[in-house]
Design a binder for this molecule. Structure first.
Ligand code: PSU
Ligand code: MN
Length: 305
């Protein structure tokens, strides 16, 4: 076992018993949702995974260790503390060496999951190519991580705060397959359609598992995006979310928000501008992703189809 890893008792027992494990990120808790709904949601998402026959492992950096699976107290600390640092690939050594409190992004969670031998990771939305990236060069490190690190990431697509078309182009260039679940369209987080199709629609967990296993058996390194649309009844009206997204982007530009601060800024403004309704959508889609991810982890664990 890697010396930086610290497994919770639940995750350690699951490992010893050879049970399927699903990784969960923590930036969504610290920077993606307000307290106390963030902690409540994190607990409920973990329970969805348990109910589906897998074991949840929420990942965060605490006191110089990569914690795989968090206690109630650790979840509470992460959700309520204002000084949790958003940690992507480049921030990992700093936060661990300085023994600071770190919330892992998709990129950092993938790195930690791979170190812990976890193949499936569930989140809400992944980072991507920002609008105007041809000038700002702002492309999330999540995409490079998907290119290199062998973890399947279940998400509800990417938000339209990003340039979705360019994000898909980038993934194609780096050989990252984008699989959709239940529909051909690649979802746009708050809404079920982005106007772009995924590369492959694969609906059942055993077939998704067989696809992913085949990729890795071929020695093709890197992740797979499993894009699962928000349930119909929880989706937001497209016109409303488009208008609000434009406003949030304009404000970010006017206020000169850049770098790692931009994604949390936009998420927070969208939440405020929808009067909190986007939060309900966010919670519903993460839970739905947890179910799909748990089934995938169970299938990957079982006999090949
Ligand atoms: N997109 C969302 N919700 C999120 C994030 C992105 O819809 O919570 C978070 C994730 O942790 C993701 C990170 O990995 O933001 C990407 O940040 P950046 O764009 O700075 O790489
Ligand atoms: Mn960025």
């Amino acid at each position: 076992m890697h010396p930086y890893l610290l497994l919770s008792p639940e995750v350690a027992a699951a490992r010893a018993a050879g049970k399927p494990i699903v990784a969960l990120e923590s930036t969504i808790i610290s920077h993606g949702m307000p307290y106390p709904q963030n902690v409540q949601t994190a607990r409920e998402v973990e329970q969805v995974i348990r109910d589906a026959g897998a074991v949840p492992a929420t990942i965060a950096l605490i006191k110089g260790r990569i914690c795989i699976g968090l206690s109630e107290e650790q979840l509470e600390l992460l959700g309520s503390s204002s000084d949790a640092i958003k940690v992507s690939r480049r921030d990992l050594p700093y936060v661990l060496a300085q023994k600071k409190l770190g919330a892992t992004t998709v990129a950092a969670t993938m790195i930690c999951a791979e170190l812990a031998g976890i193949q499936v990771f569930v989140t809400g939305g992944i980072g991507g190519v920002h609008r105007g990236a041809e000038k700002s060069f702002d492309i999330s490190a999540d995409l490079q991580e998907l290119a290199h690190t062998n973890v399947a990431v279940v998400c509800a697509g990417v938000k339209s705060i990003l340039d979705i078309g360019l994000t898909l182009e980038y993934l194609e260039t780096h050989g990252v397959p984008v699989v959709s679940v239940g529909q051909p369209g690649f979802p746009a987080f708050f809404t079920r359609e982005s106007g772009f199709n995924a590369d492959f629609q694969i609906d059942s967990a055993p077939e998704q598992a067989s696809f992913i296993r085949t990729k890795w058996e071929l020695g093709l390194k890197g992740g797979v995006v499993v894009a699962n649309p928000v349930p119909e009844e929880a989706a937001m009206p497209k016109m409303e979310i488009d208008r609000i997204t434009e406003q949030a982007l304009l404000e970010a530009d006017q206020q000169g928000v850049t770098g790692k601060a931009i994604t949390p800024f936009l998420l927070d403004r969208i939440k405020q501008l929808t009067g909190g309704r986007s939060l309900a959508t966010n919670i519903a889609l993460v839970k739905h992703n947890a179910l799909v991810g748990a089934r995938l982890a169970v299938a990957l664990h079982g006999a090949p189809v």
